[in-house]
Ligand binder design. Structure first.
Ligand code: URP
Ligand code: ZN
Ligand code: ZN
Length: 449
């Protein structure tokens, strides 16, 4: 199955690519290996466009590095991830690229690419945009509208960055929440002694995301720059996008699997347990989940990622006495495809083609990797996932491969399991074991779209 096709037949792979697709390919002597996929569904390798591996953040590092993170992704049927390079304010974009390449090169098990998060836009960084797009194949530039003092850029810088990225043929993406309003609410709650994880949620009300999403879309419209909102969570923000479409603007939208399935009642769990789901934006309400599933159907939400940014329980406990010190993020890279299959396809909310569209094809297309990634077609990389729709299993920290000692989905039963994964023609995962080593993962240079 691809985003558009559905057929029963054989796939012939030569070296790293798909050589032929046919109803029947005879097993001649030249064929070295045959994988019997009877009863399974073959889909393209997943493309997760939003992950944070080995990322310095809130006084610590996300707990999956390139090796553990991309391996866990493979176990879950995601063969390519796009990680965020974070520029250090005051430093150049190229120095950040060097730092991230140093962490990834030779360590990744699965394929990867980079977005560049510009946290300090000035004349020097402006001049680095074109070579990043044209020489390095880094075509997407992220702006944080929150985390003042660390990652946030202001409206003046946002407009400057949009104009430069537009002129260079790239795309701008945003963490679209109103950072100053959030900072005000965080300070207010802390001053009132309201320090539990619930107040992380209550410090980021829907309006903070709706306002910033509208502002980001407006600036994109004014600057005629392609814009993409990462991890959109709620009705108010999606309605801001809907309004932008009424002036014929295209605003691309990614949500993440957790916002489709989990809700803010988790923050009320006793004994600090809500910290497991402290992420930004926070989980929302059930009505927002309905909005997002409908948005997928309507085509207004085009991508489902993870925003995988895991921390161990010990790291989460940095905020035991103050929610604002809990490292933001949670583990998800391994579960996106199976959860989308189980909760989306199996439960009849989306078709299998739609699943491939939002988890494989669209992220590959929007970020300049299609048709090398995101589909099964002659000439594409042979990144192929076999899902066994009959297997029912339970998600748990005891069995997952992410480098965290808790699961955001502990005990959740899932219908359908990734049984075999090929990455560029190699069997990477089969029957619960990994057969590729660290260093097998390649950096994927992306094209302008
Ligand atoms: O909570 C989150 N999302 N952590 C990672 C950084 C970000 O904002 O994407
Ligand atoms: Zn973010
Ligand atoms: Zn993120």
């Amino acid at each position: 199955m691809t985003a558009t096709d559905d057929f029963t037949g054989d796939i012939l792979i030569e070296n790293e690519q798909v050589l032929a697709l046919a109803r029947h390919i005879p097993a001649t002597e030249d064929i070295q290996k045959v994988i019997d996929g009877t009863g399974k569904i073959a889909i393209p390798g997943g493309v997760d466009p939003h992950v944070h591996l080995d990322m310095p953040f809130m006084g610590t590092f996300s707990s999956d590095n390139y090796e553990t993170g991309t391996r866990a992704a493979l176990f879950g049927g995601t063969t390519t991830v796009i990680d965020f390079i974070l520029q250090k304010q005051g430093n150049s974009l190229y120095s950040a690229l060097e730092e991230w390449s140093g962490r990834a090169n030779g360590n990744a098990v699965g394929d990867y690419s980079f977005h560049m998060a510009v946290t300090d836009f000035n004349e020097q960084t402006r001049q680095e945009i074109r070579p990043l797009v044209e020489k390095e194949g880094i075509t997407s530039f992220k702006m944080f509208m929150a985390y003042r003092g660390a990652l946030m850029i202001d409206d003046r810088q946002m407009n400057g960055l949009m104009q430069e990225v537009r002129d260079c043929g790239g795309m701008v993406t945003a963490h679209a929440t109103n950072g100053d309003m959030i900072d005000y609410l965080v300070a207010k709650h802390r001053a009132e002694g309201k320090l539990s994880p619930l107040y992380h949620y209550l410090s980021q009300p829907e309006i903070t995301e709706a306002e910033a999403s509208a502002r980001f879309a407006d600036f994109g419209w004014y600057n005629q720059c392609p814009v993409y909102i990462v991890h959109l969570t709620c009705e108010g923000a999606l309605n801001a996008v809907r309004r932008a479409t009424m002036r014929n603007q295209r605003v691309m939208v990614e949500t993440c699997i957790q916002y489709l399935l989990l809700d803010a009642s988790l923050y009320e769990r006793p004994d600090f347990e809500g910290a497991k789901w402290v992420m930004s934006p926070p989980l929302r309400q059930k009505k927002d989940q309905e909005t997002l599933w409908a948005g997928l159907q309507q085509g207004l939400v085009q991508v489902v990622g993870t925003d995988h940014c895991p921390f161990t329980w010990e790291q989460k406990r940095m905020g035991e006495n103050d929610f604002s010190k809990i490292p933001n993020g949670h583990p998800a890279i391994e579960h996106r495809m199976e959860l989308l299959y189980s909760e989306g396809v199996h439960k009849g909310r989306i078709s299998m083609n739609k699943m491939v569209e939002v988890a494989c094809a669209n992220p590959a297309k929007m970020f300049g990797m299609f048709p090398r990634k995101g589909t099964i077609a002659v000439g594409s990389d042979a990144d192929i996932v076999l899902i066994d729709p009959e297997v029912r299993h339970t998600l748990s920290a005891r069995t997952h491969h992410m480098h965290t000692d808790y699961s955001a989905y502990e005990g959740r039963e899932v219908q359908g399991k990734v049984s075999t994964v090929l990455l560029r023609g190699q069997v990477a995962i089969d029957n619960g074991a990994c057969f590729v080593e660290k260093g097998y993962g390649q950096f994927i240079r992306r094209s302008k779209v």
